[in-house]
Design a protein around this ligand. Structure first.
Ligand SMILES: Nc1nc2c(c(=O)[nH]1)N[C@H]1C(S)=C(S)[C@@H](COP(=O)(O)OP(=O)(O)OC[C@H]3O[C@@H](n4cnc5c(=O)[nH]c(N)nc54)[C@H](O)[C@@H]3O)O[C@H]1N2
Ligand SMILES: Nc1nc2c(c(=O)[nH]1)N[C@H]1C(S)=C(S)[C@@H](COP(=O)(O)OP(=O)(O)OC[C@H]3O[C@@H](n4cnc5c(=O)[nH]c(N)nc54)[C@H](O)[C@@H]3O)O[C@H]1N2
Ligand code: SF4
Ligand SMILES: [Mo]
Length: 737
């Protein structure tokens, strides 16, 4: 790769100092205000009310933030005119401003536990990473990005790290979350393209939720389901009797990780009962004959025990899908986080295609995203995909992106990055020596924590960039860079229905914390590649670059005029090509014309023989551990939601474990008493909640407590490399104290 040379020339310390002596860089550190850095009221929202999209989940609700004459937010309400949420918000949205004022915000850079100024922090950052790369090569330093910063910021980070600094490896926390859907869509549709619009929740006569608990995880999407006037059948496929399952008309409490068999049995049933939409398949789908041949072994009667269902339950479900006129399939982490996750997602896609439930109102094979900007990270973070959903390995894509950014094509790596798990394991192999982690808290959220911490402990240099300096990850870091958070900066997020929404600056970041955007600008200057990014002065300028790289892609956004248009229209769904302005306000779904993004325009049916779970239950570890979201008031590793007294009232301070009454009785476990949950990798203590929400032989732990991932197993799906957080073997011991 040619990029390496340039960096080496620039980087040697004298080079760095020379660049520091440049007038721009010196002044920038000494008087950041002049360049639009720092806490100057850069495009602060004027006095009044402004709509900003929520920075927690991927629903992407519009929040009206009320700001005083200093441009400081006073409070907020849900925006009744925003097309996503129509005036509704969940507890996290209502409390979105509270974490900004938390006492433990990171306010200065911290080096080995000591406060330093930005100048020193940035010098050390460049010196340490630069020395590692000089000694061990460009591949020895990696970054981990996120689905929780603005598109423009992740675009900057990805471009800076790979084109400016010369890194090859960079992944993100979206690997933990959406990688499966990405891989499944790419293979089946030819592009990572969730087809739906939220109106589909209201227009279906049958909705099938697979491994999804929207009542807790996407409460305002669930509100859209409640607005459905067609008296829909709602089928929930989840081993647990979740809040969503309780609200459903059919709950299939299948055995964990039997979804793939279930959907193959359903496909087989559709075939043998003549319920396939052969006309649709003939016109738009490849692989049908092969699929029918493969399905021979999936007569449902032979698999009822594996599924844990009765024949009646299965047949009712199959008839419901077959008889529905507008059937939509929705899946989330119960599918994406598994050992055969990609094929499971594709088995759902297959059924939607076979029944012609695609491209019409109320239909679709619909992956619900997780974080506020998980989709931004899929398309614009320069991690797995080259910017704009391009492919690093294709010369014509590299040329195109280089051209759109005005950079030399040699700066663009000609191969993709290692995935998150490969980066972490790469530390153990001595290949990765430096890591820069931005807006994710891997030391809580990554699987098999003991191993994770062991490996991260071996890094020569570990940098964490976060709103809080006391996260589990920040505590392991050599250098912590204090970042502004949602509400303290501007930029765009892409929600689950492909809608770009605008996040606004309505509050000043505390102390010396800087927007990630500005941290990346500074790193560029200090590294010595500042000239590449000199024009990247504001998020809106970078948004123009996103538009430029998107041209000709399924996610083209050249028709979005700019932030003013996003503010005016209540967000805009991709795609929007220049000249397509008249469709802006309409809810849009993909594939209405039956044309997919594959080379021949046809969707592909992808299938594979199911595999055994990687860790079976045994005498010693007889229970299956499921993990997931606990309450609508808790967000992931709780760095933000735990800062609100109101939200804290809505969940338990102590980790709890749900145990089925029959298992509890056998174990002598009493409701409300402490127990130990033990896996081959660790032991955690939790309060027992004896409840039949979990099936016999299963227990459930909410992921918001740091201990939980001490138990989970280090296994990924082979195609998406997404962790399998939702199946490992454990035992429960009653506490004898
Ligand atoms: N309140 C709140 N909301 C959130 C988040 C949060 O932290 N808190 N996080 C956001 C993010 S990033 C994401 S990714 C989404 C996640 O949203 P969801 O995926 O809806 O949430 P989870 O609870 O992780 O998992 C969903 C369900 O999968 C089930 N499940 C487990 N194993 C299986 C299986 O083998 N088969 C089937 N069919 N189901 C199974 C679990 O019992 C669980 O009820 O939520 C988003 N919204
Ligand atoms: N056992 C188990 N584990 C899981 C899951 C599960 O279901 N079970 N789910 C997985 C899933 S789907 C996900 S998405 C992950 C989530 O895992 P993480 O991404 O690790 O969780 P968060 O707590 O959201 O971490 C975001 C971090 O970014 C910081 N932050 C917030 N805003 C900003 C910002 O603007 N700039 C900067 N620099 N920092 C910011 C926050 O303070 C926080 O430390 O967890 C995964 N882990
Ligand atoms: S549903 Fe999601 S986007 Fe809407 S207010 Fe709640 S956390 Fe924010
Ligand atoms: Mo997620």
């Amino acid at each position: 790769m040619k990029t390496k040379m340039k960096r080496r020339l620039d980087f040697k310390l004298p080079g760095l100092l020379r660049s520091l002596d440049g007038p721009m860089t010196r002044e920038l550190v000494q008087s950041p205000g002049k360049f639009g850095f720092g806490n100057v009221p850069l495009r602060m929202t004027p006095h009044g009310t402004v709509t900003s999209v929520c920075g927690f989940c991927s629903t992407g609700c519009g929040l009206k933030v009320h700001v005083d004459e200093r441009g400081q937010a006073i409070n907020l309400t849900a925006d009744s005119s925003y097309p996503v949420n129509l005036g509704m918000a969940c507890p996290k949205g209502w409390e979105a401003l509270t974490p900004l004022g938390a006492k433990d915000r990171a306010v200065v850079p911290m080096l080995d536990g000591n406060a330093v100024d930005w100048d020193e922090a940035l010098q050390v950052f460049c010196r340490r990473f630069g020395a590692i790369m000089d000694q061990h090569g460009a591949e020895s330093v990696a970054f981990l990005s996120t689905g929780q910063i603005m598109c423009e910021e992740m675009f900057f980070l990805g471009a800076l790290a790979k084109f400016g600094m010369g890194m090859v490896h960079g992944d993100g926390n979206t690997r933990q979350c959406m990688a499966t859907a990405v891989t499944a869509y790419k293979e089946s549709f030819g592009f990572d393209a969730p087809p739906y619009t939220y109106a589909d929740f209201e227009e279906s006569d049958v909705l099938v939720f697979v491994g999804a608990n929207p009542c807790i995880a996407h409460p305002i999407m669930w509100q859209r389901v409640e607005r459905n006037r067609h008296g829909p059948e709602i089928v929930v496929i989840d081993p647990r009797k979740t809040e969503t399952a309780m609200a459903a008309t059919q709950h299939l409490a299948i055995k964990p990780k039997s979804d793939l068999v279930l959907f193959y049995c359903l496909a087989h049933w559709l075939v043998v009962n003549g319920r396939v939409d052969l006309e649709y398949v003939e016109r738009h789908v490849d692989g049908y004959v092969e699929l029918v041949e493969f399905l021979k072994d999936f007569e449902f009667a032979d698999h009822l025990e594996v599924l844990g269902l009765s024949a009646e339950e299965f047949e009712l479900f199959a008839r419901t899908v077959a008889n529905g006129k507008r059937v939509s399939f929705w899946w989330t982490m119960g599918v994406n986080q598994g050992h055969e996750a990609t094929r499971t997602a594709q088995a759902i896609i297959n059924v939607a295609l076979m029944t012609g439930n695609m491209g019409r109102p109320g239909t679709g094979a619909n992956s619900i995203t997780g974080q506020c900007n998980a989709m931004g990270s899929r398309l614009f973070s320069n991690t797995t995909n080259l910017l704009g959903g391009h492919d690093f390995t294709k010369a014509e894509h590299r040329e195109k992106v280089a051209g759109a950014l005005g950079m030399e094509v040699g700066r663009i790596p000609d191969r993709g990055s290692w995935a998150y798990d490969q980066i972490i394991e790469g530390i153990g192999e001595g290949k990765i020596k430096g890591l820069w982690m931005v807006a994710t808290n891997g030391a809580h959220s990554w699987m098999n924590q003991k191993r994770f911490k062991e490996l991260v402990g071996k890094l020569d240099f570990f940098v964490v960039q976060d709103m809080f300096g006391n996260t589990e990850s920040a505590q392991l870091a050599d250098l912590v860079l204090p970042a502004a958070g949602w509400g303290e900066k501007e930029g765009t997020f892409i929600n689950s229905e492909r809608r770009f929404g605008l996040g606004r600056k309505v509050s000043r970041a505390p102390g010396q914390a800087l927007a990630d955007f500005h941290i990346f600008r500074l790193v560029a200057e200090y590294w010595g590649c500042g000239e590449l990014f000199r024009g990247w002065t504001s998020p809106e300028v970078v948004f123009e670059k996103m538009k430029a790289v998107s041209v000709g892609q399924p996610c083209e956004i050249s028709g979005i005029e700019g932030y003013a248009m996003l503010a005016r229209e209540g967000g805009v769904q991709w795609p929007l090509k220049a000249g397509d302005g008249d469709v802006v306000g309409k809810e849009r779904r993909l594939f209405e014309d039956g044309l997919f993004f594959t080379a021949n325009g046809r969707a592909r049916l992808v299938f594979e023989t199911p595999r055994e779970v990687p860790e079976k239950v045994s005498e010693e570890y007889p229970l299956v551990l499921l993990t997931g979201r606990g309450t609508s008031a808790q967000w992931h590793t709780q760095t933000r939601t735990s800062k609100s007294a109101i939200l804290r009232k809505l969940y338990s301070e102590e980790l709890w474990v749900e145990v089925h009454p029959a298992d509890a009785e056998g174990l002598g476990v009493v409701d409300g008493k402490m127990v130990r949950v033990v896996s081959r990798r660790g032991t955690v203590e939790a309060v027992a909640r004896v409840t039949a929400t979990v099936g016999r032989g299963q227990v459930f732990l909410p992921m918001h407590y740091a201990q939980v991932n001490e138990l989970t197993i280090g296994v990924v799906d082979p195609y998406s490399r997404q962790p399998n957080y939702k199946f490992c073997a454990v035992r429960v011991e009653k506490d004898l104290r």
